[in-house]
Design a protein around this ligand. Structure first.
Ligand SMILES: Cc1cc2nc3c(=O)[nH]c(=O)nc-3n(C[C@H](O)[C@H](O)[C@H](O)COP(=O)(O)OP(=O)(O)OC[C@H]3O[C@@H](n4cnc5c(N)ncnc54)[C@H](O)[C@@H]3O)c2cc1C
Length: 392
């Protein structure tokens, strides 16, 4: 099939199968579909959209069909994304399984692990969380101390993770554990286990935005079968770094602003209005938004090229750090400008007309963008060392 035929067929299929409600901008966290064992659809349309896309393998269009994917080529995947964007279609499934664990399993997993876990991720049946950070291991992640003691056919895991996003709602965890105390990076293994295992507990942490998807996660004598280890024992650091590249790429996508029109420009027009020439009436805000839009479009072009290179295995290992740094800076600026455009009204926190302070809460949430997935300082260190070749 030519790319043009694929585009026309995809357009027709989306027109017929993407429910109108799934073309509306996201209004709250409830509108995001995370899947998982305890998933309760927020509407019949959300359920239909997930099921229809999963049935075609289009929740993970470029994964092989054998693992629940769509088996699409890079060009077809891009066409699908463009056609979805053209009708403002929502992402049918948001998942750390798709954006983080999946790519790592495709590279390092056994055939059995791929067939089991990837298929469930593609259908949204299992929701994953990430057990990397610990109270004394954040930027210096390789200092992690959660121990996995060899018990023959399984590991006995003890320790604590922190900032584990959605740990209290996740079904399974991908987790870094220490299998050798004598060496730092070379003593880490990457394991997968069920959050319902005996000895796992979670405690939510409150954030400045008022929402609390973040948890402390505790492991007390958790029995983890060795079949859940990805890659060799003590080789988990390779998997961890590879996954982090994909996480950083995913986070950088925030710089692109998501689907559903341009809330910055629409919001600015709604609050300050247009002058006689049809331009935004506030010249200072207009200049700031124009500069921002130029940067955002340049980032969009760069990111498209970087993602192609990443998928083709031709990317420089530090490219995700460049994307993560710049994409998160853009997202923070976008929200600062939205707050400027909204004036004091934008600070409303609880009112009905502000949808419970949606703008203000999103703005505060963006402050964490330059911390999650590795801080901006760490990304700049990587760029300085690996790309600019500066001394440590
Ligand atoms: C919203 C959010 C979601 C998260 N979700 C998860 C999750 O699901 N799973 C998970 O495992 N973790 C998660 N994290 C944790 C995140 O990965 C860590 O917060 C991050 O890696 C930084 O570690 P830290 O908080 O310990 O800060 P620290 O490492 O203590 O850093 C403190 C400050 O020192 C600076 N710093 C540290 N070392 C250097 C250096 N060498 N050079 C220059 N500056 C330095 C940092 O940039 C930072 O400003 C999340 C964090 C946030 C904010």
């Amino acid at each position: 099939m030519t790319d043009e035929t694929f585009r026309l067929e995809t357009r027709a299929w989306l027109a017929e199968n993407c429910p109108p409600e799934m073309r509306e901008p996201l209004r709250s966290e409830k509108d995001i579909c995370w899947g998982g064992r305890s998933y309760v659809p927020s509407s019949p349309a959300q359920k239909d959209w997930l099921e229809r896309m999963a049935a075609r393998g289009w929740t993970v269009p470029d994964w092989p069909k054998a693992y629940g994917g769509g088996g699409l080529s890079p060009a077809e995947t891009k066409i699908l994304r463009e056609e979805m964007a053209a009708i403002n279609a929502r992402n049918p499934l948001n998942s750390f399984g798709i954006s983080m664990l999946g790519p790592a399993l495709l590279k390092y997993g056994t055939e059995e692990q791929k067939l089991d876990h990837l298929t469930k991720i593609a259908k949204g049946q299992i929701r994953w969380c990430q057990g990397y950070s610990e109270p004394n291991a954040g930027s210096d992640l390789a200092s992690l101390a959660t121990s996995a003691e060899d018990m023959g056919d399984h590991y006995r895991v003890n320790g604590q993770k922190v900032w584990t996003s959605y740990a209290d709602q996740a079904d399974w965890i991908f987790c870094l554990v220490r299998t050798d105390k004598a060496v730092k990076q070379g003593g880490i293994s990457f394991v997968l286990f069920d959050m319902a295992s005996e000895g796992v507990s979670t405690r939510p942490i409150l954030l400045i935005s008022g929402n609390s998807p973040f948890c402390e996660t505790f492991f007390d004598d958790v029995k983890v079968p060795k079949a859940g280890r990805v890659h060799d024992e003590n080789k988990g650091w390779d998997v961890a770094k590879y996954l982090l590249g994909h996480e950083r790429e995913m986070i950088s996508g925030m710089g692109l602003g998501g689907s559903g029109g341009n809330p910055l420009i629409d919001g600015a027009i709604a609050t300050v209005g247009l002058d006689r020439d049809g331009r935004l009436a506030d010249p200072l805000l207009r200049a700031s938004i124009a500069l921002f839009e130029v940067r955002a479009r340049a980032f969009g072009a760069m990111s498209e090229r970087f993602i192609d290179e990443l998928k083709a295995g031709r990317a420089h290992p530090a490219q995700p750090s460049m994307m993560k740094y710049y994409g998160t800076e853009l997202n923070k600026t976008r929200h600062e400008l939205m707050m400027s455009a909204g004036g004091s009204d934008a600070l409303e926190w609880d009112s009905e007309r502000s949808h419970g302070g949606a703008h203000a809460r999103s703005w505060l949430r963006t402050k964490a963008n330059s911390i999650e997935g590795g801080t901006s300082e760490i990304q700049l260190n990587i760029i300085a060392k690996r790309i600019l070749d500066l001394p440590s």
